[in-house]
Design a protein around this ligand. Structure first.
Ligand SMILES: C[S@@+](CC[C@H](N)C(=O)[O-])C[C@H]1O[C@@H](n2cnc3c(N)ncnc32)[C@H](O)[C@@H]1O
Length: 273
């Protein structure tokens, strides 16, 4: 088993007094890594949008299907997963290495609690590699130039850039389009981007949650499908079925699907020509 060390920077403090998106998402998924402030804020969100749990579960299932598609059908062996979240079921390296054990994954998150749990993300198949860096999506150059990123990923070969359930935390004034362009410019043709995004289009409660996040000083900007598609996938070749509800993206599972109101998130995958 080959592990990469967590980047050697000092471990930042976990601020448990304020809610954090990673811990709230973990709460919605039924995990155990959250504090009172996260639970309080999550309870407020659930009061108006009880579907938040369904939305989180569908997002996670989308992540699994997208990574499986990339590894099994698109032949991708390298993943840059920004906004990793706390370790849970079907982490990116587990899904990718189940298909192709030689897959390499660099995880990136800015939550100190994710950093504290990073060791759980650093188990790799012997043939592949996983690494974690504590960094911020809003500083894409730092992510690209980090020695760990450079060591684990070969930028002459295709890479899948994963921005799953993170872009709705980058409001327009933080220039998400420029951030994505910087990241994609560094990747060779044949690379992919995978992204998912909360929308308020189908559910008034979900739309109102944006304001609740902002009141709690959490960054939030929900986007509709057109705006999300333009932001994440402009000038790229969208993989069918395009930008759809996360629950609908290449989902072959039989049985009833949650409603658009309950999912309230879009996902898509596109290839850099
Ligand atoms: C909702 S979770 C999504 C986790 C995982 N991608 C998934 O979809 O299952 C969002 C993650 O993005 C991280 N995050 C939010 N803003 C970030 C930023 N500016 N830079 C790096 N990570 C960020 C949070 O700490 C959290 O772990």
């Amino acid at each position: 088993m080959e592990d990469s060390p967590v980047a050697g920077s000092p471990v930042p403090q976990v601020d448990t007094s304020r809610p954090h998106s990673a811990r709230m998402y973990d709460y919605f998924l039924g995990g155990k890594n959250h504090f009172a402030a996260d639970r309080e804020m999550a309870a407020k969100v659930l009061a108006s949008t009880p579907m938040a749990r369904t939305s989180a579960r569908e997002n996670r299932a989308f992540l699994g299907r997208a990574v499986r598609y990339l590894a099994a059908e698109a032949g991708i062996r390298q993943f840059l997963d920004i906004g990793t979240g706390l370790p849970t079921a079907n982490n990116t390296h587990e899904v990718a290495q189940a298909v192709a054990p030689s897959s390499r994954v660099v995880y990136v998150d800015n939550d100190p609690l994710v950093l504290a749990h990073a060791r759980a993300l650093l188990t790799s198949s012997p043939e592949g590699r996983t690494a974690y860096i504590h960094a911020d999506l809003r500083d894409p150059a730092a992510i690209l130039n980090d020695p760990v990123t450079r060591d684990v990923l070969d930028f002459t070969q295709p890479v899948a850039l994963m921005l799953i359930a993170i872009l709705h935390m980058i409001p327009d004034e933080e220039k998400p389009a420029e951030i994505i362009a910087t990241l994609l410019d560094a990747l060779p043709p044949g690379s992919y981007i995978v992204a998912s995004h909360i929308t308020g289009e189908h559910n008034e409660g979900a739309a109102a949650a944006e304001g609740r996040f902002q009141e709690a000083s959490l960054k939030a900007q929900w986007r509709n499908s057109d705006v999300f598609a333009r932001l994440a996938f402009s000038d790229l070749d969208l993989v069918p079925p395009g930008v759809v509800l996360t629950s609908e993206w290449r989902n072959d599972e039989p049985g009833p699907r949650p409603t658009a109101a309950d999912v309230s998130a879009y996902g898509g995958v596109a290839r850099k020509p």
